[in-house]
Design a binder for this molecule. Sequence first.
Ligand SMILES: *Cc1c(COP(=O)(O)O)cnc(C)c1O
Length: 401
Amino acid sequence: MSNHQAQSTFYSGLQQTLEQLREQGLYKPERVLASRQGAEVVSADGRTLINMCANNYLGLSGQEWVAQASIDATEKYGYGLSSVRFICGTQTVHKQLEQAISRFLGTEDTILYAAAFDANGGVFEPLFDENDAIISDALNHASIIDGIRLCKAARFRYAHNDMADLEKQLQAAADKRHKIIVTDGVFSMDGTIAQLDKIVELAEKYGALVMIDECHASGFMGKTGRGTHEHHNVVGKIDIITGTLGKALGGAMGGFTSGRKEVIEMLRQKSRPYLFSNTLAPSIAGASLAVLERLSSSTELRDRLHENTAYFRKEIERLGFTIKPGTHPVVPVMLFDAPVAQKFAARMYELGVLLSGFFYPVVPMGQARVRVQLSAAHTREQLDTVLKAFGQAGHELGLLK
Ligand SMILES: *Cc1c(COP(=O)(O)O)cnc(C)c1O
């Protein structure tokens, strides 16, 4: 085969695969916004929509004071560092942010990454080897799965949120030197909160460590928003916490790993996404610091988010929809049938509501849904508009009596 032929086979192969994705309804189009992120957004075609599908739990992404904090940090520290952390890429603002995250989470130290994806990708390999075992929830985030793949430790998987199976896996891993249980603090498809109280109990019984990924929890779960560990009263009993700055904590980007100081020190020496990737921009570090200061001084946003969540959950059920029960601001409204979920999301868009439909293989067969995500930024009036649209679309599609 000539080089030219080899190249054209490569490109036509890609075209075919992309075509198959479109045919199977698995192609992911991107929505283009022309406004800031917020409770209301303007799409590129000029439509104003109430946004019910952002991870903007505390409503901070588009807020003026957060944007201003990032501008202030840029003024002071410049645009970027052109360096990894250990060469000449660490500024006072990065150290301050690491300390603020540790205080917020109740840990000893914290290391920043360009994304939580990198935090999870770089956490296992430096800490565990073939003598050890990683025991992971079957529905853990893709970045945890990838991070585990990069590590030589033995892998054990327990059925999602199934404590009996977790115990079985802990027994199967009994002869390993170190064992670590890994779970999302909150699972974003269902809003399921990991049973950390039980997980910690099992970890103590079997001498295992515990790691949680707090991307859908940091900033608003628990009485003062510290996360799932606060929600379940196990602050101080979690060995490793990973999280993102790209969701509730401001929404730009960036991630972190937090825990005992020797863990963080080892990651600074050996974690590849930290060693070989650029420093987080000072604008993000400065704004994240301002966000953590605000969240540490008041639970107002967290409280408003939970009020909005409770209101929406109650009212959507009152309309006659089935939701996955729970308390998290992720509210899966179950429509079961994939084409119905697609039609429903499209109709809601026409009615001025942005939300996303999920169907197989993202969720199990027959579990198609639209996922609503509440924000502290939503007003009661906006939620009522959304509920009204749910009612209308539900009747039009024959889903409600
Ligand atoms: C969003 C998410 C991530 C990735 O976070 P980024 O900072 O955007 O890379 C990792 N884990 C979980 C559970 C997430 O929901």
